[in-house]
Design a protein around this ligand. Structure first.
Ligand SMILES: [Zn+2]
Length: 285
């Protein structure tokens, strides 16, 4: 039921790469090197059931690192790897074990020195799975991911779309092409590159592909520097419960009818594949 309604609204709280990377950094700074001492699950399934026994097998291991692939976080716990995805409404919060757990806490990982990592997910579209460390690269959702725009070659990924008639905005949301973009940053990168969201992905010239690759990296880097995007109606917070500041810098996303900051034309909204696309009719061709 909620899936379609949320798609039409554009999932404002859904974390994308800059938000997940911001969460990664805040969690790592609090938990790196700490030993996992306790595990508790609510019993409610997320996208899949939480395998509490598998999590219990990690007790005693230290959190050696926390890495990111697209919108996934991977906790390195000795011989185990813990994979998280925040879905539409998930939050990972580091809080004192002595504090009351928020409503909708579905997984609690207790670490040494009295800190808990709490996965709070009202809509339960998130993922929290643990597996032997050597299997993580084979885990299908991770194995399917395309290039990470902060590290990989986005231009080559766009060149691989030759012949694709799908609109470029939709292609940018395909995690097997570029991993980590959601609707906010796909629209923003296209605005920065001067490319209309409806342009067929396979028809971009090499020069426009290069411009879009650069715009994608720059948009994500600016959003990361601002600590991510937290819209007025809420959504994303980092591991300490703080929001990000990129919303004020948005060029087109959520600005239907408002003037383009470059030319003053009214920003337009179109609905493509059930999600809003925003663009300036003059600056984006
Ligand atoms: Zn404009």
């Amino acid at each position: 039921m909620g899936g379609l309604a949320t798609a039409m609204l554009g999932c404002p709280g859904m974390p994308e790469l800059p938000e997940v990377e911001t969460i990664r950094r805040s969690l790592l700074s609090r938990l790196e090197g700490r030993r996992l001492v306790a595990v508790a699950a609510s019993g409610s399934p997320l996208r899949q059931p939480i395998q509490e026994a598998a999590w219990q097998a990690c007790v005693g291991a230290r959190l050696e690192d926390l890495t990111r692939r697209g919108k996934y976080l991977i906790g390195h716990l000795g011989r185990h790897a813990a994979v998280f995805h925040l879905g539409m409404s998930g939050r990972l919060l580091v809080q004192p074990a002595s504090s009351p757990a928020p409503a909708h806490t579905h997984l609690t990982l207790g670490f040494s020195d009295g800190l808990e990592l709490r996965l709070v997910d009202p809509r339960r579209f998130g993922v929290a799975v643990v597996m032997p460390a050597e299997e993580v690269s084979l885990y299908p959702p991770l194995a399917r991911l395309g290039v990470d725009p902060l590290e990989g070659d986005v231009e080559a990924a766009l060149a691989s779309l030759a012949g694709t008639r799908a609109p470029i905005r939709n292609a940018l949301l395909d995690q097997s092409v570029v991993a980590g973009l959601g609707n906010i940053y796909a629209n923003e990168a296209l605005a920065r590159a001067g490319i209309r969201p409806t342009t067929p992905a396979g028809r971009l010239s090499p020069a426009r592909r290069a411009r879009l690759a650069r715009a994608t990296r720059d948009t994500l880097a600016d959003a990361l520097a601002a600590g991510g995007t937290t819209l007025a109606d809420g959504g994303f917070v980092d591991g300490d419960g703080n929001g990000g500041y990129f919303a004020v810098a948005l060029r087109v996303y959520g600005r239907e009818g408002q003037p383009c900051q470059e030319c003053g034309a009214a920003i337009r909204r179109a609905v493509m594949a059930g999600r809003s696309a925003f663009y300036c009719p003059r600056c984006q061709r």
